[in-house]
Design a binder for this molecule. Structure first.
Ligand code: UDP
Ligand code: MG
Length: 342
């Protein structure tokens, strides 16, 4: 695919109608000021608000804005994947749409990549004080676990705000993995890298799209995507309970020999509960990996693009006129389909 621009900025959006105007208001001057050719790929991750139609309006006087709408919500990382696939730039930056990552830092990232001739520039948070205490603590725990399981190269201050060269994006796009966790996959590839620090700002509007359940999902994907060591926990637990059983058998035999065999309810009760618990944990662990293998073997697309404003030909016919369905009409129809029922 020809590289048509120097820089692609990929931004996944899920129900960001409230933030999108402010985001564009800050992103555009930051990018125009670079004096480079660029494109912005807004990936709408199946928003249920008017994000898509607002983006299509904004596109009218900002031709560099490209809208890629996914058919349904597939989650931040997969939306990012859709954006990386669509990006055509020599360098690609991924950034959140809520202005927590300052767009002005993109210029610094590009300059650092060129100056130091590196393939990856990580945006590193110098300050997380604007995040809630809950977010800070859970994020701290997440990175602590990941560093132990995945490797010491996982930075606890690097999220998904980063710049990557075409070489890196090419490798990422070729990954067969259904749900890669980019903040772990990118450093694991071992490309040359540097860091640019920035202050994590407060979400400009709307609320976080990462509730606890999604954070737990991300954690499971991160662990099972990188390490089989939890399966080893099962082996160790099994070994430990086997040793415990041997000791219990010896005690049981001694008790039988000495005739003290009537009381024993408590020990039986504990042993049954303990072993049952250990077995369920091990089954669950196995299940996580089997689930990943299952998803990979199905080979279903991780996302489907409903429309792409840069698509050369419209891919559907208008249901009424029979004529080609333009991206604008398609966007409006998507919005109607998704409007909450009053
Ligand atoms: N996002 C997305 N799909 C989702 C959840 C989030 O595309 O299912 C986007 C969201 O619009 C934002 C980015 O991912 O641009 C990060 O999400 P958010 O700011 O809610 O996460 P937080 O900063 O609270 O961790
Ligand atoms: Mg955010």
């Amino acid at each position: 695919m020809p590289q048509v621009v120097t820089l692609s900025v990929v931004t996944p959006m899920f129900n960001e109608r409230e933030a999108v105007d402010q985001f564009v208001g800050r992103l555009r001057p930051a990018l125009d000021g670079l004096g480079e050719s660029y494109e912005v790929i807004a990936v709408d991750d199946g928003s249920r608000d008017a994000t898509v139609s607002r983006l299509m309006q904004l596109r009218v006087d900002w031709p560099q804005l490209r809208v890629v709408a996914l058919r349904r919500n597939v989650g931040h990382q997969t939306a990012l994947r859709a954006g990386l696939k669509a990006a055509r730039g020599e360098y690609v930056v991924s950034i959140d749409a809520d202005l927590q990552d300052p767009p002005e830092t993109i210029g610094e990232m590009l300059a650092a990549a060129r100056r130091e001739k590196v393939d990856v520039v990580y945006g590193v948070r110098s300050d997380r004080s604007t995040d809630t205490a809950f977010k800070r603590n859970t994020a701290g725990l997440y990175y602590w676990v990941m560093r132990r399981l995945v490797g010491p190269w996982v930075s606890d201050q690097a999220g998904d705000f980063r710049l990557m060269s075409r070489a890196v994006v090419g490798v990422l796009n070729d990954l067969p993995e259904p749900r890669p966790v980019y903040r772990l996959v990118v450093p694991s590839l071992g490309f040359s890298s540097t860091e640019v620090s920035y202050v994590r700002e407060e979400r400009v509007a709307g609320e976080t799209k990462y509730p606890l359940s999604r954070m737990i999902r991300l954690t499971f994907d991160s662990i099972t995507g990188f390490s089989a060591s939890p399966l080893r926990i099962a082996t160790w637990l099994g070994l430990l309970s086997f040793l415990l059983c041997v000791a219990l058998i010896v005690t049981g035999l001694v008790a039988w020999g000495t005739g003290a065999t009537v009381p024993g309810w408590t020990s039986l009760y504990i042993a049954v509960l303990l072993l049952g618990g250990v077995q369920l944990i091990c089954l669950g662990l196995l299940g996580e990996y089997v689930g990943r293998i299952y998803a990979a073997s199905q080979g279903r697309p991780a996302f489907l693009v409903a429309f792409d404003s840069a698509a050369p030909t419209p891919h559907t016919a208008h249901p009424l006129s029979g004529g080609p369905l333009t991206a604008e009409i398609e966007a409006a129809e998507l919005d109607r389909e998704r409007a909450p029922i009053a």
